[in-house]
Design a protein around this ligand. Structure first.
Ligand SMILES: [Zn+2]
Length: 191
């Protein structure tokens, strides 16, 4: 069975090397929609694939890109320095911030988040099916597991600026990198 949860963020970027002059030479923003689809072979004790509440780390991830500049790490040193000198919330990433790039990067990270989560309510084999990123109301990119072969990076290649980190309520990002599990509490059955 499949479920889908939608998230939103307002993000800024430049998409270098693309065909559109507007996109490749100008800092601009979009209202992004991120759809996370998850499957399981069985239902938990609440007859859910998984409780959306347990996607709190995914919410933190997407929110880290909200009102942030997504900086491709291949940008020039001059440009990077200018960005860091003039805007606080910066996510420096190893992929170009196209819709495709975001979808692949989010798939990569969310898959790790799910695998790092200990489920305790009778959930089955929780699997990330796809991540869809809408850059506009008319277009989206969707990443599946097999698409990860299109890119090569690790969590260590993704860097959030200090003002983003300071808004996090806990050490979820370091925990993910260290493999410290997100340990959900036992769920009391009330029927
Ligand atoms: Zn754009």
């Amino acid at each position: 069975m499949k479920i889908r949860k939608a998230f939103r963020f307002e993000g800024a970027h430049i998409v270098r090397n693309c065909s559109s002059q507007r996109c490749k030479y100008n800092i601009h923003g979009h209202s992004y929609g991120v759809e996370v689809s998850i499957t399981s072979n069985q239902l938990d004790n609440g007859y859910m694939v998984m409780d959306f509440m347990l996607l709190d780390k995914v919410k933190l991830l997407v929110d880290s890109f909200d009102h942030s500049y997504s900086l491709w790490d291949r940008e020039s040193t001059d440009f990077k320095q200018w960005i860091y000198a003039n805007t606080q919330r910066v996510a420096e990433i190893p992929i170009s911030p196209s819709a495709e790039g975001y979808a692949l990067m989010f798939y990569f990270i969310i898959d790790k988040i799910l695998k790092n989560t200990i489920f305790r309510n009778g959930e089955g084999e929780i699997k990330l099916h796809s991540v869809k990123v809408h850059e506009t109301s008319t277009g989206f990119a969707e990443a599946f597991e097999e698409d990860l072969q299109l890119v090569k990076f690790t969590l260590e290649d993704i860097h959030f600026s200090q003002p983003i980190i300071e808004e996090w309520p806990d050490t979820w990002w370091d925990d993910l990198k260290n493999g410290t599990h997100y340990n959900n509490p036992e769920v009391t059955q009330n029927i």
